[in-house]
Design a protein around this ligand. Sequence first.
Ligand code: PBG
Length: 328
Amino acid sequence: MNEYLSPSFPTMRLRRLRKNAALRNMFRETSLSKNDFVFPLFIVEGNNKKKEIASMPNIFQMSVDAAVRECEELLNLGIKAVILFGIPERKDEKGSGAYAENGIIQKAIKGIKRSFPEMLVITDVCLCEYTSHGHCGVFENGDVANDATLELLVKEALSHAQSGADIIAPSDMMDGRIGKIRQILDENNFTDVPIMAYSAKYASAFYGPFREAAESAPQFGDRKSYQMDAGNSDEAMREIAQDIAEGVDIVMVKPALAYLDIIRRAKDEFNLPVAAYNVSGEYAMIKAAGANGWIDEERAMMEMLLSIKRAGADVIITYFAKDAARLI
Ligand code: PBG
């Protein structure tokens, strides 16, 4: 800042530009757009199923047909992107439902793209929803085995692309997954399918409600040997740098609210689109406080989303997408 150009009080009065709504609107530095939002969908087997998640009011597990109807509503609201999570009927040690040709996500992608080819379908690539133990990879000698898990993740990513996914989003936090996934996509002529990596994904308490929604809570232990430690920021930059070296297109920081500094640092240090995941716990907190009349739910929601954008996110994955779109 150039001090010579900055007169101080009483010549300068910063309140001048806050005087009325027209001024405030004109000089607002950050604004939200419906183009920023991605809405998460939880897909279950069956027909005409829609079951609300107890800890996430207004968010549902849905069968494919219901998800297709949901996409119509989203498009009508101006939301053009979804991220899919699958809840298979059967789980096993190796999460085989994740890469089954007729798996739940594979069916959902095809169903949505058939009815709404313009809808951007992003798929979460991870094994935790498909493994009987609920961990994000294959379990060996008391921990998730990195390299053995990579073999399965590439199969999952490829089968999503073959089913018509527009963007592949690996959320497992195994080392080396981005390079392996880029390689298998390229070898199979999916050179134009982007990868949006959950690059800086923290081991967070804020995923609680999601694990109910996706029925993916670990049956023992926790995810701390693969997801990041909450105290680390330099390490997040190393994770992002690795993913860039391996060919990532969009990097993600997750959760959003407790990690706004990481979003800002990623934006400042790397010349790449940044996504932020406004996670289930962040949604549940505002919904619960709003339902109790303890905060103004709409205002708190918009303020939170704006803060994520202001921190530097280009894309916001959020359960609030529909509520916010109605206010934009
Ligand atoms: C899968 C995955 C999780 C979330 C997104 N992908 C859960 C986890 O890592 O335990 C959480 C999203 C949310 O809380 O809204 N690994």
